[in-house]
Design a protein around this ligand. Structure first.
Ligand code: SF4
Length: 476
């Protein structure tokens, strides 16, 4: 053990703004133990060294080398725009539907004279594209022109696991073609262009720093975000809220069976209309909120338009709680948008410091993050102070820790649709608890986010969107 440079633990801990007590709790040891390691009075076990490396996202070798690495390399420095988080597109998957949809929109625009199209899907798009409805989304987007979609699972020489080729025709002759990579989160890259990372327009990347900034300037979280995002941001968010409302209303109008073969019935409409004569106010609230969450999630599962919040699979939670409040209290759109922006900051923090991807960290990263966003949004809507907003988001994500991603048949239906509804109710619960108990809080939001990341790493890969374990093993 002597070869480990254990003084580097302190270096990383301070850079990550984590106290000895917090690090001790993450490792299941006392703060005295952490203090002893940092002062050289004791040495952590090899297992703890591995866990510390995972917590701070550094290789174990980091503790074996003399030379120091810039601390900035080990901290998330800044955040991207909230516009990168909220995207309007067709569900049920950002990489398998929103990315290809955006590719088709751009290709159609650059070929206004085309009278037909064809598309070849490769890699993961070819293997799971049918279940995700990639072909349906492509055909809908290129309509009214006819489009043939081919699934090529054999070609291995592709630039990215999610690659598609698009062809445009006029009078039977090919007039244009493009190779597009769907690189995640709905982002696309055309014809091997450089993958450009969006700029980090926020200098802060921890809730603690944002709270400090807001308190100093006497502003609310949404005002901080508007300041950082600049011109056009509020208009962008208006479009996001309009799209969320549209997906709720479309879902409430919809009936029938979801695509994919599981024979799952769309239930939002019947849930919305199933009123009992002597229904209590609490039951009604539950039924309404859940019907809105079902409405969006069923639209997502049907390949219709939704807003990633923060992902397609978790898109029902946030709109459900906000729409319910808007209807119940007659709140105007501008206040709802402030709440949506607050939720965006929370989602952005999770995306930056942990993950919002089920494939990376399980469903805790998708529905757990959506629940944290929804509870922070509600807290903003109720004009709670910044500490209560933090506590609401912290409670919400804490009680999703360890949640697996194991949808049946890889379709974003079971358990995903119900899970969105349950998480919406949990967000309401979290904000109520936070309002009453905020001054008894022991754990920071930043720390729970780190814990979520660590838990996600420890989750076996069969529980991270691979359809290999858990509910995914059930044959229906
Ligand atoms: S179970 Fe998986 S696919 Fe379903 S919502 Fe959760 S993360 Fe998304």
């Amino acid at each position: 053990m002597s070869e480990f440079k254990i003084e580097k633990i302190k270096e990383l801990r301070r850079a990550g703004r984590i106290s000895q007590k917090e690090l001790g709790e993450m490792l299941g040891v006392s703060d005295r133990a952490v203090s002893k390691w940092e002062t050289g009075l004791a040495k952590p076990t090899a297992e703890n060294m591995m866990r510390i490396a995972r917590i701070f996202d550094v290789p174990l070798e980091y503790f074996l080398k003399e030379e120091k690495i810039s601390l900035h390399e080990h901290r998330s420095v800044g955040m991207e725009s909230i516009r990168e988080l909220y995207k309007i597109g067709r569900g049920p998957s950002s990489s398998h539907t929103i990315g290809p949809e955006r590719a088709c929109v751009a290709f159609k625009e650059r070929n206004p004279d085309a009278d037909a199209f064809s598309v070849i899907l490769y890699g993961s798009l070819a293997k799971t594209g049918r279940g995700h409805g990639t072909d349906t989304v492509i055909k809908k987007t290129l309509a009214p022109m006819p489009c043939k979609v081919e699934f090529n699972c054999h070609k291995v020489d592709i630039p990215h696991p999610n690659t598609l080729e698009l062809f445009a025709y006029r009078d039977g002759k090919e007039i244009d073609r493009a190779e597009v990579m769907s690189v995640g989160g709905g982002s696309i890259v055309f014809d091997n262009a450089e993958i450009e990372k969006p700029p980090r327009i926020y200098s802060e990347s921890k809730f603690t720093d944002i709270a400090e900034y807001c308190k100093e300037k006497h502003i609310r979280i949404y005002e901080y975000a508007i300041e950082k995002e600049g011109e056009g941001f509020v208009e962008y968010m208006k479009g996001i809220w309009d799209a969320m409302k549209a997906s709720i209303n479309a879902g409430l109008d919809d009936e029938g069976i979801l695509p994919g073969g599981l024979e799952v019935h769309k239930k939002a409409r019947s849930l919305f209309n199933s009123q009992h004569i002597d229904e209590s106010a609490e039951t009604r609230e539950n039924r309404m909120v859940c019907s809105y969450a079902f409405a969006v999630s069923e639209q997502n599962a049907s390949g219709e338009k939704i807003v990633t919040a923060p992902t397609c699979g978790a898109s029902g939670v946030l709109p459900a709680v906000l729409y319910y409040q808007q209807k119940k209290r007659g709140i105007d759109d501008s206040r709802i948008i402030n709440a949506l922006i607050t939720a965006g900051v929370i989602g952005n923090l999770i995306k930056t410091n942990a993950s919002i991807s089920g494939a990376e960290c399980g469903c805790q990263a998708e529905v757990g993050s959506a629940c944290a966003m929804a509870s922070a949004a509600l807290a903003e809507l109720f004009e709670l102070n910044i500490d209560k907003i933090e506590y609401a988001a912290e409670i919400a994500i804490e009680h999703h820790l360890g949640l697996t991603c194991d949808p049946i048949c890889g379709l974003v239906q079971i358990p995903c649709i119900e899970r969105n509804a349950v998480a919406a109710m949990r967000a309401i619960n979290a904000v109520n608890l936070a309002n009453f108990l905020w001054d008894t809080r022991k754990i920071s939001f930043d720390r729970v986010v780190l814990t979520m990341k660590e838990t996600g790493r420890d989750l076996h890969s069969s529980y991270k969107e691979t359809s290999e374990a858990g509910l995914a093993k059930i044959q229906l």
